[in-house]
Ligand binder design. Structure first.
Ligand SMILES: Cc1cc2nc3c(=O)[nH]c(=O)nc-3n(C[C@H](O)[C@H](O)[C@H](O)COP(=O)(O)OP(=O)(O)OC[C@H]3O[C@@H](n4cnc5c(N)ncnc54)[C@H](O)[C@@H]3O)c2cc1C
Length: 437
């Protein structure tokens, strides 16, 4: 077994042959193709279609055959169903509910849901690879599906039989969209300071308060709401409830006008005396907050994967652009300043990829990945913001156009620096571990 999965079910690495535990031998796409025991087009990273070249030696994480096939489906789906519409979604502020349903039809949901509950039960590495592909076309679309998938995984693990039966089939088909409600207007990084109240009332609870900065708020139907049931207990008093957005007392706020990322439909919810019963409890006191925090490493790794996808797409486009565009009688690609800028983009892309998939492999191996996930998220989101801007720079003013991937990815890269713990919070985690404080 490798990382808890059967070694026989693995594809040979596409662009590296493993030589020793610490060393990797690169081989070109053409020569490694002969090693592959089934016919899959290269899933994006070393695609012969990639403008970053035939000799691109991008690291490819090891996937099972099934995972590689799902990643390939994601690559095709992203190219055919997401990328052609992403600029319009951004411009017209469209929440792409219909495309989410098509993603479900294509088998791109339930990645983290066990097979026994109708999902794919993928490893974290496999799921991250899928989200990388979707984010390369449109990060807000990918992130909406990540939040939805995470909630399905939570319901599959912790929900009652009645909750699983009532929600999972519709959610797997994206007929109902789920989201996670922790952040509030007055609280973000310090998640222990939940102020939304679940007030004991008539054998149940009354939900009062407001949640802010919620993904898919424009459209979501299934809300996992974290609310304080016993303020004296601090984080231990927090409970998690499953609430339908159509219930009396629930109202939507927004969606917000932002610098970008509008396909995510981010906004808020207000709860005015929403009646809750035992049947609505997903996680009780003590367990709710722990469960929210236990998924955070995976969430950070997915943000790393999305940053890799966005950088990759921006670099691909910039490389093809500078080969065509002329200035001073030469191709832009012939100027050394441009060449070096793009070489630096590729170095940061590759480092982000290695940090991200190393952290994912640790999770899949059942090892502590908290520091690895924090490093991956911090590095990849910083790199994405900086390097996507570089890709725009070599394209001159045309890089600003909304139809160009880099222009949309720039705002999404900034979003990556907030979600699932801001950059500074990764440093809090890392410094605490480093200094033992
Ligand atoms: C597009 C989008 C989608 C989102 N989706 C969701 C969602 O679906 N569900 C959900 O619950 N939340 C969601 N969030 C919220 C996200 O998790 C928060 O934005 C994040 O936790 C940071 O909180 P904050 O924005 O309130 O920043 P604050 O907590 O107000 O922090 C402000 C600044 O201070 C820094 N800071 C805070 N504490 C420290 C410290 N100890 N040391 C050093 N610096 C510090 C922060 O890093 C940040 O730079 C989303 C956010 C965005 C932008």
């Amino acid at each position: 077994m490798v990382n808890g999965r059967a070694a026989a079910d693995r594809t040979p690495p596409r662009c590296f042959r493993r030589r020793t535990v610490t060393g990797l031998t690169p081989c070109c796409h053409r020569s490694c193709a002969g090693l592959i025991d089934f016919a899959l087009p290269a899933p994006g990273l070393c695609s012969a279609k990639s403008s970053t070249g035939e000799g691109n030696m991008a690291f490819e994480p090891e996937l099972t055959k099934r995972e590689a096939a799902i990643a390939e489906t994601a690559r095709r789906f992203a190219a055919e169903e997401v990328a052609p519409h992403a600029a319009r979604w951004e411009k017209d502020r469209v929440y792409p509910a219909e495309t989410q349903r098509r993603a479900a039809d294509a088998g791109l949901t339930g990645l983290l849901v066990p097979e026994s509950e109708g999902g794919h039960g993928l490893s974290l590495t496999g799921a991250c690879r899928v989200f990388e592909e979707l984010a390369a076309a449109c990060m807000p679309f990918a992130f909406g599906l990540i939040v939805h998938d995470n909630l399905m995984g939570n319901i599959a693990r912790n929900g009652s039989e009645a909750q699983r039966r009532a929600l999972l089939p519709d959610m797997l088909a994206c007929r109902r969209i789920g989201t996670f409600l922790l952040t509030e207007p007055g609280m973000g990084s310090d998640a222990t300071a939940v102020a939304c109240r679940a007030v004991a009332d008539d054998g149940g609870w009354r939900l009062e308060g407001e949640k802010a900065w919620i993904s898919s708020a424009a459209h979501a139907d299934v809300l996992s709401v974290y609310a304080q049931a016993d303020p004296e207990q601090g984080w231990r008093g927090v409970m998690c409830f499953l609430v339908e957005a159509g219930r009396p007392g629930v109202s939507r706020v927004g969606p917000y006008d932002l610098a970008g990322g509008h396909a995510l439909g981010a906004g808020g919810f207000r709860f005015d005396g929403v009646r809750l019963t035992e049947a609505d409890v997903l996680l009780p006191q003590e367990r709710a907050f722990r469960a929210a925090m236990s998924g955070i490493d995976a969430a950070r790794i997915f943000v790393g994967g999305m940053s890799v996808g966005m950088m990759r797409a921006s670099l691909d486009r910039a490389v093809s652009y500078v080969k065509e565009r002329q200035a001073f009688g030469r191709r832009i690609a012939d100027f050394q300043g441009v060449q070096w800028m793009l070489a630096d983009v590729e170095t940061d892309l590759e480092a982000s990829r290695l940090l991200t998939y190393r952290a994912a492999a640790l999770v899949d191996a059942g090892r502590d990945a908290t520091r690895a996930a924090a490093h991956a998220k911090k590095f990849a989101t910083r790199a994405a913001l900086h390097r996507i801007a570089d890709c725009m720079q070599v394209m001159g003013a045309n890089g600003l156009r909304l139809e160009e991937p880099a222009a949309r990815h720039l705002a999404s890269a900034k979003i990556g620096q907030y979600i699932d713990g801001a950059t500074e919070i990764q440093n809090v985690v890392l410094a605490r571990a480093l200094l033992g404080s």
